[in-house]
Design a protein around this ligand. Structure first.
Ligand SMILES: [Zn+2]
Ligand SMILES: [Zn+2]
Length: 258
């Protein structure tokens, strides 16, 4: 499963020893430029289908000439190889924004970014994830004292903008299942956050989950996710790699899942 919300996917995958040929589809979460710029070129170049809701398509600036567009609807699962991708609604100031659950067998990975506040959908899904890619966008003090104009500060923390570090932490500590092995913190504001601050904050509450902070500037390593029943011993990554059903955050269903 390739999860890229950042620029330069080809270069970053290559650094990890992965090929773009292993990417099978693109799912569009919403129409904001940081999530849609570059999709047209990438999809055309690698002949990738683009799953997008009709409202998002209508309100986006996506150049869909020669693209294979496929419908995306909340709670209508889409199968890509052995993966099942299910979109669900979220609170964000876009026309029809969605988060995703990606499942392979009994392994579930959540992709939860651009969330103004935790809604019932994300709370429910967070509780089912073996791993989550969760937004921790801003430190409240840094945003408050920073140089962003008032209207932008208001938009970010207004309930349909982004999750603060403390909101993300509350979601994690109150909803995470005992079997969650990895939490990848993502979509950190360059202006209003600090990766080390996020790491230190979440490490204090990790409770057995591996905490990773995704960089804006370089690729995140590949992790192997294995579903563990509640109360079972949770193997470390190296141990997990040799046992059981596996799902990597950066792998595709056809070539890497065994
Ligand atoms: Zn957005
Ligand atoms: Zn965004």
């Amino acid at each position: 499963m390739q999860v890229f919300v950042a620029a330069k996917p080809k270069k970053r995958m290559k650094s990890l020893g992965l090929s773009m040929d292993t990417v099978k589809a693109i799912f569009v979460s919403h129409e904001h430029s940081d999530h849609i710029n570059g999709i047209s070129v990438l999809a055309r170049k690698y002949r990738l289908p683009v799953y997008i809701t009709s409202k998002t398509l209508t309100h986006s600036k996506l150049n869909y000439r020669k693209l294979q567009l496929l419908p995306l609807e909340a709670y209508t699962p889409v199968a890509i190889g052995g993966l099942i991708i299910t979109a669900f609604p979220k609170l964000h100031d876009a026309v029809d924004p969605h988060s995703f659950i990606v499942a392979y067998g009994d392994v579930k990975v959540g992709v939860f970014t651009d969330i103004g506040a935790p809604c019932e959908h994300v709370i429910e899904h967070m509780g089912q994830c073996d791993a989550a890619f969760l937004e921790a966008n801003y430190d409240e003090t840094m945003l408050e004292q920073g140089r962003y104009p008032y209207h932008l500060k208001k938009r970010i923390k207004g309930g349909k903008g982004h999750l603060s570090n403390l909101q993300a932490l509350a979601l994690f500590t109150s909803c995470k299942p005992a079997f969650m092995s990895h939490l990848v913190l993502s979509h950190l504001s360059q202006e209003n956050n600090c990766p080390q601050l996020v790491k230190d904050l979440f490490m204090r509450h990790a409770d057995g989950t591996d905490i990773i902070v995704a960089s804006r500037f370089k690729e995140t390593p590949v992790f192997t996710i294995v579903h563990q029943p509640v109360n079972a011993h949770r193997p470390r990554v190296s141990e997990a790699a040799s046992t059981g059903r596996q799902l990597s955050l950066y792998e595709t269903p056809t070539e890497h899942v065994s």
